[in-house]
Ligand binder design. Structure first.
Ligand code: CIR
Length: 262
């Protein structure tokens, strides 16, 4: 199974409490109606590839809960519930559990009290699982994940998220089995040695968080040079408005869990 082919996805409608969502820099409150419209286009694009997409109800108690990616890691063999490092988001994983349990026969959990790990720090390729240490993901969380997936024959490689960057995948995306889209500030670390790297155009760093989902690349609108680079490389690029999620540090990958349940 290709690491960019999926039969299913789960998303969650944004809550009105999104205006209290976590953010590194205050650039104004997200507009809920516009965010919902972008979210609708996102879900429609996923469904357009033939995938079965579940859209969960908004969770007002968790302002950042639209960013479902951070709650779980979905592998072909089973799903692993994360332990988000942001205290206001810790409870989101338990909210996701019943939805994954209905689809997967095997569920595991990051459970160590000192273990923190968010899905946004995890890039799964065909050969390995790269996990970036960040303000949200620590050594104990990465070590626990490595133990949990060892008997499924997955290898975890610890890497670094650049300073000041929220998640590892804020700065990179898997485009196909051997190709990643990445910012220079991340790629200079050497973490993608052995992969082909498509560099994000200078000044378009926020375009690095895209997703390859079956035949298309969901890509944030507003980054024409990087978009054209991907198109020239042969990818079918589908632009989605991301202005409102960007205000609270969210992007294309954060908005869904993508998987093929076992
Ligand atoms: C947060 O700070 O947790 C949210 N405002 C943004 C989460 C984005 N998630 C992701 O990149 N996977």
């Amino acid at each position: 199974m290709r690491s960019y082919s999926f039969t299913h996805a789960i998303a969650r409608r944004p809550a009105a409490s999104i205006i209290r969502g976590l953010r590194a820099v205050d650039t104004g409150a997200p507009d809920l109606a516009l965010m919902q419209a972008h979210h609708d286009s996102y879900v429609a694009a996923l469904r357009g590839t033939g995938a079965e997409v579940t859209v969960l109800d908004a969770l007002e108690a968790y302002p950042d809960s639209v960013f479902v990616e951070d709650t779980a890691l979905c592998l072909p063999e089973g799903a692993i519930l994360m332990r988000p490092g942001a205290p206001s988001r810790l409870g989101e994983a338990a909210e996701m559990e019943p939805h994954l349990a209905g689809l997967y026969s095997q569920m595991r959990r990051i459970s160590g009290e000192d273990s923190f790990i968010e899905g946004g720090d995890i890039l799964t390729t065909e050969t390995e699982i790269l996990v970036g240490r960040s303000a949200r993901t620590n050594v104990a969380g990465i070590a626990e994940l490595a133990r949990l997936v060892a008997d499924w024959d997955h290898v975890v490689r610890e890497v670094h998220t650049p300073p000041g960057v929220l998640h590892f995948k804020t700065d990179c995306s898997l485009m196909d089995a051997e190709t990643v889209l990445a910012t220079d500030r991340l790629a200079v670390s050497g973490c993608f040695d052995g992969y082909k790297v498509i560099p994000v155009a200078p000044g378009e760093e926020a375009a690095a968080n895209a997703i390859r989902f079956n035949g298309i690349v969901l890509f944030p609108a507003g980054f024409p040079r990087t978009r054209d680079q991907l198109a020239d490389a042969g990818y079918t690029v589908h632009e989605i408005g991301n202005s409102e999620c960007a205000k609270i540090d969210g992007g294309m990958s954060c908005l869904s869990l993508r998987f093929t349940p076992s």
